[in-house]
Design a protein around this ligand. Structure first.
Ligand code: ZN
Length: 257
């Protein structure tokens, strides 16, 4: 592939076409994945050598069984990661989606990300299908703690412990071995079934059940737009695909509206 002017004009054309689809649609929904947070300094775990799982077997630390079996080890891994994630800021790609919502052009954002950056950037209707670092909950009594208060819960063994009942506190993110929360998935399904344009941003659309959502939209007659670098299983179903940097592409779409 050549980064020459021809490629650039193709990118602009695609952004213009997506802007046109947004203008013509009555109900637009966005579905986002790890790629939208990469410009915020949060590497996609699929990126070789850079990802979260580089030196760790996720099944050993990020599995619900691992949480119950060795909670100290679980938090040894997650505690610094949460502190790091909590300090990240949204980037212009998040801001572009917030701007679309503010202009009345985007109904909701469905996200696989747990980093809460869509909310931080001002999006108000955000469906977090993998949960969020925003809160953690006691696995015994259900008490909920905002991220900012979790650090104060750790005991000398490095286990976050409930202030009410001394139960184990677990982040409200979906771990391996856990089902996705029912209510957000039902919302996501309904949004995809009733939209007429689904814009997938920064997701390889490979992880089920979220990877099934574009099919829900397509089967109900919606158009599909993809703003993602690299191939996805839905590329042939997409009316338009934008393959450049996610920030550049979404800026170009906003500019063309
Ligand atoms: Zn408790």
């Amino acid at each position: 592939m050549s980064p020459q002017p021809a490629a650039h004009s193709t990118q602009s054309d695609a952004a213009g076409r997506l802007a046109g689809l947004i203008r013509d649609a009555d109900s637009v929904v966005a579905l986002t994945g790890a790629g939208i947070s990469v410009p915020s300094g949060i590497p996609d775990f699929r990126t070789p050598g850079k990802g979260l799982w580089e030196n760790v077997d996720p099944m050993e630390v990020a599995h619900i069984d691992a949480f119950h079996r060795d909670t100290a080890r679980f938090w040894q891994f997650y505690r610094p990661r949460f502190a790091d994630l909590g300090s990240k800021e949204p980037n212009p790609a998040h801001a572009a989606l917030a701007e679309l919502e503010a202009r009345g052009l985007l109904r909701a954002v469905i996200t696989q990300n747990i980093d809460r950056l869509h909310r931080k950037s001002g999006s108000t209707r955000v469906i977090e299908v993998h949960g969020s670092i925003e809160t953690s909950s006691c696995t015994t009594c259900g008490s909920s703690y905002p991220l900012e208060r979790v650090e104060a819960l750790f005991d000398e063994d490095g286990v976050a412990t409930c202030g009410c009942c001394m139960g184990k506190v677990k982040p409200d993110v979906v771990l391996f071995g856990e089902f996705l929360p029912e209510a957000p998935m039902a919302d996501a399904h309904d949004l995809c079934a009733s939209c007429d344009l689904l814009i997938c941003v920064g997701s390889s659309l490979e992880v089920y059940p979220v990877a099934g959502l574009p099919s829900v939209a397509l089967n109900n007659g919606a158009r599909l737009a993809i703003v993602t670098q690299g191939p996805t299983p839905y590329d042939r179903d997409a009316t338009v695909k934008l393959e450049g940097d996610v920030v550049d592409e979404l800026r170009a779409v906003l500019a063309a509206l």
